[in-house]
Design a protein around this ligand. Structure first.
Ligand SMILES: *Cc1c(COP(=O)(O)O)cnc(C)c1O
Length: 448
C-alpha cells in the first residue's frame, strides 16, 4: 500500500475511502523524499525497510471476501501473479515519482511495453511509433505484433506535425515515443506529439526509461501512459530485470475508439472498466486482464531491489549527467573522435531540456563516432580498463557498446540509420565513478 500520503494530515473523509495503492493521489512531498520513502509507511514495530514478501498466496476466512476480490468488487492480494505487497510498494513509489494515477509492475521493460500495447489494441489496429526506438520495441511493433494482426508505422520524431499526421489511420490506437531516443538521444517534442495524439483521440505512450522521472515527468507534458525498463536507472546497479507501466489517468477511453474499456468484460462478470474505475480504467484492466492472461509479473525480490535503487535515484542521476557531460566535452577535443552526441551540446537539445527537463543535464547516455572504422572501434574497446564492453545501460559502472554490431545488428542499414545508428557509433553508459578516471581511460584507449 502507498501510505506515504498519510504523513500529511488528511481529512477523515479521505481516510475512510480506503483505496488500493494504485488509486492514491500524488503525495505533497518533494521528489527526493518520495524516492526514499514513498510506498512504505510502517506501523510501530514493523520493518522500516519495505520487506520482501516472498509469498504467492494470501489467507482468507470468508468465501464471499475472496469472491469480491476475484470479481473486482474489492481490492486485495490473492495470488502474486496479479499483485504482491512488495511489488505494490514499488508500484506506489514509482507512480508517485511520475505523478500518475497508479502503476503495474512487470517482469521486464519488454513486458511493460507489451502490457501497455496489448491492453489497448485489438487485431486490426495500428500503432504509430517514433523511429528512434529501443531495438526490442522496434522488433515487437514491426515484426512480432504483426503476427497478431496489429500493424505499425514509424515516423521521424522531429518531422513536422503535418508529415506525422499523414500517417494516422482510422485504426490508429497508440502514439508511441521515447523521452530520450535510444541510442539517438533526441529529446521528444512532447508538445507536438501530445497535440497530435489528443486531436486523434489516441493515448500518447512514452518510454521514459533513459530519462527517469528525475529528469523528465512526461505526464506534465501530455503523456497518457509511461513505461519503464526498471532494469536500467531504476535498478541502477545492473542486478535485476523488470519493468513498470504507469497510468496518467488523463485519457478519455470513452471516446468511441476503445470498446474494450466501455463494453462489459464477460471474464469478470461483465465489469465495464471505464465505469467501474473511472479514475484509471487502463490500470485496472491491465492488471486484471494482462497479468491474469499473459503473466509477465514482477517478482518480489526484484521489486525490493528496485525500491532500493529508487532510494538513490535523485543522487545518482545528477552524477551520471555530470560525468557524461564531462566525458562528452573531453571527447570533442580528441582528434580520433568524429562527432559527439549528448543532449544539451547542441542548441536544439538545449531548448528541449529547458522546455521538458527538470534538470540541466541529460542522463548518463552519450554516443560518439570513432574515426578509422570497425578496426579502430575494436582496438578502442579492447584497451578500456575502467569502462567495460557490456550490452547494458543505466549501471553505476561505465559501459560501452557498438550498437551496429550488437543491439541493432538485426536491422538493415536503412533501418539502422532511421534508428539513429551509424557504423562508427559507440554508445557509452557513463557511470558514477570519478570523471577524471573515466576521461583518462578513454584518453589512453583512443590513443593510436
Ligand atoms: C532496455 C530497454 C527496454 C527493454 O527493457 P528490458 O528490461 O530489457 O526488457 C525498453 N526501452 C528502453 C528505452 C530500454 O532501454
Amino acid at each position: 500500500m502507498s501510505k506515504s500520503a498519510d504523513k500529511k494530515p488528511r481529512k477523515p473523509a479521505e481516510k475512510s475511502a480506503a483505496k488500493p495503492a494504485q488509486a492514491t493521489a500524488p503525495a505533497p512531498l518533494n521528489f527526493a523524499t518520495l524516492c526514499v520513502q514513498a510506498g512504505h509507511n510502517p506501523g510501530v514495530g514493523e520493518s522500516r525497510i519495505p520487506p520482501i514478501v516472498q509469498s504467492t498466496t494470501y489467507k482468507y476466512d470468508d468465501i464471499d471476501h475472496v469472491n469480491r476480490i476475484m470479481t473486482l468488487q474489492e481490492f486485495g492480494h490473492k495470488y502474486s501473479r496479479t499483485s504482491n505487497p512488495t511489488v505494490a510498494g514499488f508500484e506506489a513509489r514509482i507512480n508517485q515519482l511520475e505523478g500518475g494515477a497508479g502503476a503495474v509492475a512487470t517482469a521486464s521493460g519488454q513486458a511493460a511495453t507489451l502490457l501497455a500495447i496489448a491492453s489497448i489494441v485489438r487485431a486490426g489496429d495500428h500503432i504509430l511509433a517514433a523511429s528512434q526506438l529501443y531495438g526490442g520495441s522496434f522488433t515487437l511493433f514491426n515484426s512480432t505484433l504483426k503476427k497478431f494482426g496489429v500493424t505499425a508505422d514509424f515516423f521521424e520524431p522531429d518531422a513536422p506535425a503535418r508529415a506525422i499526421e499523414k500517417l494516422f489511420r482510422p485504426e490508429t490506437r497508440v502514439l508511441f515515443g521515447e523521452t530520450l531516443g535510444n541510442p539517438g538521444l533526441a529529446i521528444l517534442d512532447f508538445d507536438k506529439l501530445s497535440a497530435l495524439a489528443g486531436k486523434h483521440g489516441v493515448p500518447f505512450v512514452v518510454d521514459n526509461t533513459l530519462a527517469t522521472p528525475f529528469l523528465c515527468q512526461p505526464f506534465r507534458h501530455g503523456a497518457n501512459i509511461i513505461i519503464h525498463s526498471a532494469t536500467k536507472y531504476i535498478d541502477g546497479h545492473a542486478t535485476s530485470v523488470g519493468g513498470v507501466v504507469i497510468d496518467g489517468g488523463n485519457f478519455d477511453w470513452t471516446n468511441g475508439k476503445f470498446p474494450d474499456f466501455t463494453e462489459p468484460d464477460p471474464t469478470y462478470n461483465g465489469v465495464i472498466y471505464a465505469k467501474k474505475f473511472p479514475q484509471s480504467p487502463f490500470l485496472f484492466k491491465a492488471r486484471a486482464q494482462f497479468l491474469r492472461d499473459y503473466g509477465g509479473c514482477l517478482n518480489p525480490m526484484n521489486a525490493f531491489l528496485f525500491n532500493l535503487g529508487l532510494e538513490t535515484l535523485h543522487l545518482r542521476m545528477p552524477r551520471h549527467g555530470e560525468n557524461a557531460l564531462a566525458l562528452a566535452r573531453f571527447l570533442t577535443t580528441r582528434p580520433q573522435v568524429a562527432w559527439v552526441n549528448y543532449p544539451g551540446l547542441d542548441p536544439n537539445g538545449k531548448k528541449r531540456i529547458t522546455r521538458y527537463f527538470n534538470h540541466k543535464n541529460g542522463s548518463g547516455i552519450l554516443t560518439f563516432g570513432i574515426k578509422g572504422g570497425v578496426p579502430a572501434i575494436r582496438r578502442f574497446v579492447k584497451k578500456l580498463n575502467v569502462a567495460a564492453l557490456v550490452v547494458h545501460i543505466g549501471d553505476a559502472r561505465t559501459g560501452v557498446l557498438h550498437p551496429a554490431s550488437s543491439t541493432h545488428a538485426q536491422l538493415n542499414g536503412k533501418a539502422q540509420r532511421a534508428a539513429g545508428i551509424t557504423p562508427d557509433l559507440v554508445r557509452v553508459s557513463v557511470g558514477i565513478e570519478d570523471a577524471n578516471d573515466l576521461i583518462a581511460d578513454f584518453d589512453q584507449a583512443l590513443a593510436p
